[in-house]
Design a protein around this ligand. Structure first.
Ligand SMILES: Cc1ncc(COP(=O)(O)O)c(C=O)c1O
Length: 370
């Protein structure tokens, strides 16, 4: 078999957080008692307005949707104060990331990303035969935050794409507008991709407006998190028109269906759902930070502005896989750092912030581990 490049002969895939049913069946647990803290989903479910709009769209399933998702582009353009032609919509942010890699890095082209980072960046880069460069030295181990100067040291003249995730993943740490601008301005030869998947939890408006200031910046967001629509698959990017035009040329023509388009438009108008979600997560984040004071073998890595945080394992006699397995047995699903994130080692877990009841389950289970 001839593959387009050698990497496709032994590909690596994304490792998602485990589903509740799987864990309930494996350990004989009541699904209602399981804390699912490995996928950063919305604890309150989908936006009710989106659910209604999706139901109403069922009558139009026989019709092709707009191939550019035009009505959604218009709604996003209003939010971003830009033209609809400066918006690209995709089946989740992940699809837009794949389009960017295809359109802006040639085969073998260097793509810079923090190490650790959202694994999709390097998995897609490798899947497409591009060269991911994980800047591991630019992550400060005590905070797991990105050191901007260290990151910029990895830039080369032939870097074609630079990923910046804000809030960062998996640390949840935050970069100021000045830091984001510094990265964008240092990389005029590249397309800078600012991934704001978790921006709602930062309790700031984020940096969508920067897409108007720079011709080589794309700002990406998702409907999977604060809007609660991970199962519907919708994301978007805002960028200068030549960038969007190129992405339109490489995307599958009808990449979003009618349900996604109508659901997303309704979700954008559901401030109440977003506010309830954000308020709960922000309060729970402070709550769980206090609860971690009771633990001496684990440390909550401080500074998360997201709906997840890193736990550092201080006990040298155990590791992330043993802790991960021990938590599963106790009905708590998290992410094992050594398995889910390249560049993170066996001293770390990534854990979602969720309702206080689940945070209590997490802390009790950690305290109960042998
Ligand atoms: C940093 C980051 N970006 C983007 C996404 C993609 O979200 P989606 O494809 O669901 O829009 C995720 C999802 O986990 C993420 O963690």
């Amino acid at each position: 078999m001839q593959f387009a490049h050698a990497g496709l002969a032994s590909p690596e895939y994304y490792v998602p957080g485990l589903p509740v049913d799987h864990v309930a069946a494996r350990y004989g647990l009541d699904p209602a008692e399981i804390a699912k803290l490995g996928s950063a989903e919305n604890p309150f479910g989908p936006s009710p307005k989106a659910r209604e709009a999706v139901a109403a769209a069922l009558d139009r399933l026989h019709l092709y949707p707009s191939w550019t998702a035009e009505p959604l582009r218009e709604a996003i353009a209003e939010l971003a104060e830009c033209e609809p032609a400066e918006v690209i919509c995709g089946a989740g942010e992940t699809e837009i990331i794949s389009l960017i890699i295809r359109a802006f890095a040639p085969e073998g082209g260097r793509i810079l990303m923090p190490g650790p980072c959202f694994p999709i960046y390097h998995l897609f880069a490798e899947g497409e035969g591009r060269l991911p460069v994980l800047a591991q030295a630019a992550t400060d181990r005590s905070t797991m935050a990105l050191d901007v100067d260290g990151y910029l040291d990895h830039l080369t003249e032939d870097t074609r794409i630079v990923f910046v995730t804000n809030p960062n993943s998996p640390s949840g740490t935050w970069l100021t507008e000045g830091d984001v601008r510094r990265i964008v301005e240092a990389a005029p030869q590249a397309l800078v991709v600012l991934d704001e998947a978790y921006v709602h939890y930062s309790d700031t408006p984020g940096h969508l407006h920067l897409a108007r200031d720079y011709e080589h910046l794309a700002v990406l967001r998702t409907f999977s998190k604060a809007f609660g629509l991970a199962g519907l698959r919708i994301g978007f990017g805002v960028a200068a028109r030549p960038i969007v035009d190129a992405l339109l040329a490489v995307k599958t023509t009808w990449n979003l269906g009618q349900l996604q388009i109508d659901g997303a438009i309704a979700a954008l108008g559901d401030d109440e759902h977003v506010r309830r979600t954000v308020d709960t997560i922000v309060a729970s984040r402070a709550y769980v930070q206090d609860r971690f004071e009771d633990l001496d073998r684990f440390r909550m890595v401080p500074g998360s502005r997201s709906n997840f945080f890193l736990v550092e394992i201080l006990d040298p006699d155990t590791d992330s896989t043993r802790v991960f397995d021990g938590l599963l047995e106790r009905g708590v699903i998290v992410k094992d750092g050594s398995v889910s994130f390249r560049g993170l080692d066996d001293r770390f877990l990534r854990v979602d912030v969720n309702v206080k009841e689940h945070m209590d389950r997490l802390v009790s289970a950690l305290a109960d581990l042998p």
